[in-house]
Ligand binder design. Structure first.
Ligand code: NAD
Length: 474
């Protein structure tokens, strides 16, 4: 290693979708960049133990469910025989291909990638304990802190048991338990609960608020909730786990709350998915001028600069929503700022997708938020029962809606529940970012027969001009 290697114009700490995208962008803009990550290749939680492995397993779940569903149209398959080892190997192979690809992209960009644990010595120096052995002090002009988040735990003394898992453990897919309790009816609980339910586990979910996916518009979440109620063993809302203890047969969980269906029950496995906590207890942070907000996120300005002027922060550590694509965008903005460009992070719409069956997706202004803020909006809805494509999929329970400025018809938000919602939502993001009016969406020819037509028809319904629903303008 030359002396030059101990200096970086820019160092990125954390190699998830925020960190590696920032490092790649900075390298593309001509900066000398060092990227620090924990795993063999960049990828972070999203690729190694989050978004990607969960989506591989959700794909398997979808195939299983579709095959079952096909009996309704006269196509009957025998019950699936699940080779858990092969399924796990396939999921790991997907992760390996993607992270290996990122390793290659890192080399192609001549980035220096260090596997290790970093800590701040001060505002321009990091100590790195390398996984291969040895230590290094790295001096940097600018840093981007992209150290992410970790699963939150239940309050009180944690039970130590291999039967008690967080999302990382659940994604390892060691076995399929006969019974599983999911604590938390949010993104992770419903996605991973759905995977295990499809693989044959009897899954129960306990959620402390009055509904699954709290915060999401009720008309969207309720479509998913209906399916979850039929595919899960039980859904307990307004309920908390009061205690857990291990027995020979599994973990005995005690419940408390208005809608607890039983006082206690024993489960072979328990998955805790009660949110994620920023890794802002990052070592050596007190040696810098970085400040945290009341919720423990690193404070950043519109360019993602922390209160220490040469250190930026992005992704889960720098505030909600804790989504990979938000981190990526922030990372690219921060890299551009460091390269001297006059840019800020100001998205009008950040899409969110719950990859369950049906998928639930939304972006921009939600109906719930618009009502809370007393905004003058109109909601243009298109029920999938009127979509030819949805009927050919036997999925008429979906809905597409646009949240529009009541006067101008400008698209402010979009929400969808139904298969493929996660792909369809991108049109809403583009419409919002481009300042499109409902008429722009209505007058853009959408291919027939596709679910994308539901977006065009929802826009048409704002003017009382949707072809496939009769809802005259009042
Ligand atoms: P979440 O915030 O989505 O859901 C946590 C749920 O747990 C909430 O509904 C909350 O009310 C409930 N809860 C909290 N404490 C509880 C308790 N003691 N008992 C019962 N219920 C309790 O969090 P998550 O599902 O853990 O996911 C964490 C984050 O990861 C998400 O916020 C999201 O940003 C990200 N994520 C995104 C995706 C995706 O984009 N598809 C998938 C997985 C995770």
């Amino acid at each position: 290693m030359s002396d030059q290697d101990n200096r970086a114009q820019m160092v990125v700490i954390g190699a998830g979708p925020g960190g590696y995208a920032a490092a790649f962008m900075a390298a593309d803009l001509g900066l000398k960049v060092t990227l620090i990550g924990r795993e063999e290749h960049p990828g972070g939680v999203c690729l190694y133990s989050g978004c990607i492995p969960s989506k591989a397993l959700l794909h398997a779940a979808k195939v299983i469910n579709e095959a079952r569903h096909a009996a309704n149209w006269g196509v009957r398959f025998s019950s699936p025989r699940i080779d858990i080892n092969k399924l796990r190997a396939w999921k790991n192979d997907v992760v390996g291909k993607l992270t290996g690809g990122l390793g290659l992209l890192t080399k192609q960009r001549s980035l220096r990638y260090i596997r290790g644990e970093a800590s701040f010595l001060d505002s321009h120096n990091l100590r790195i304990e390398k996984h291969e052995g040895g230590e290094e002090t790295l001096t940097f002009d600018k840093a981007i802190l992209a150290a992410g988040s970790r699963p939150a735990t239940l309050p009180g003394r944690a039970l130590e048991s291999p039967r008690l898992m967080d999302s990382t453990g659940a994604l390892e897919l060691a076995t399929v338990p006969k019974t599983m309790l999911v604590v938390g009816g949010g993104y992770i609980g419903l996605e991973l609960g759905s995977v295990y339910a499809s693989l044959g586990a009897k899954v129960s979910v306990v959620e402390m608020t009055p509904s699954l996916l709290p915060g999401v518009d009720r008309d969207l979440a309720s479509i998913l909730a209906r399916r979850i109620e039929s595919s899960f063993q039980s859904v307990m809302l307004n309920t908390k786990v009061a205690g857990m203890k291990e027995e020979d047969r599994g973990i005995r969980a005690q419940f408390e709350g208005a809608e607890a269906k039983q006082a206690e029950e024993v489960y072979e496995s328990v998955l805790v998915a009660v949110g994620r906590k920023p890794n802002s207890d990052f070592p050596g942070l007190k040696n810098t001028r970085i400040e945290l907000d009341a919720r423990g996120f690193v404070k950043v300005d519109a360019q993602r600069r922390t209160t220490d002027p040469d250190i930026f922060a992005i992704g889960d550590i720098a505030g909600e929503p804790q989504l990979a694509h938000k981190a990526t965008h922030e990372g690219r903005v921060a890299a551009e700022v460091i390269a001297g460009k006059r840019v800020v992070y100001e998205p009008r719409a950040i899409p969110a997708v719950v990859f369950t069956d049906p998928e639930v997706a939304w972006c921009g202004l939600t109906e719930t938020r618009a009502k809370e803020e007393g905004r003058n909006i109109k909601v243009a809805r298109f029920p999938w029962g009127a979509s030819g494509r949805a009927l050919t999929l036997d999925r008429q329970d979906g809905v597409t809606k646009l949240i529009l400025d009541a006067e101008s018809g400008q698209v402010l938000g979009m929400g969808i529940a139904g298969p493929g919602a996660g792909e369809l939502i991108a049109e809403g993001v583009l419409a919002i970012e481009m300042g499109a009016l409902a008429s722009d969406v209505m007058l853009s020819i959408h291919p027939h027969p596709t679910l994308s037509e539901t977006v065009m028809e929802a826009a048409g319904s704002f003017y009382g001009q949707s072809t496939h629903i009769h809802r005259p303008k009042r």
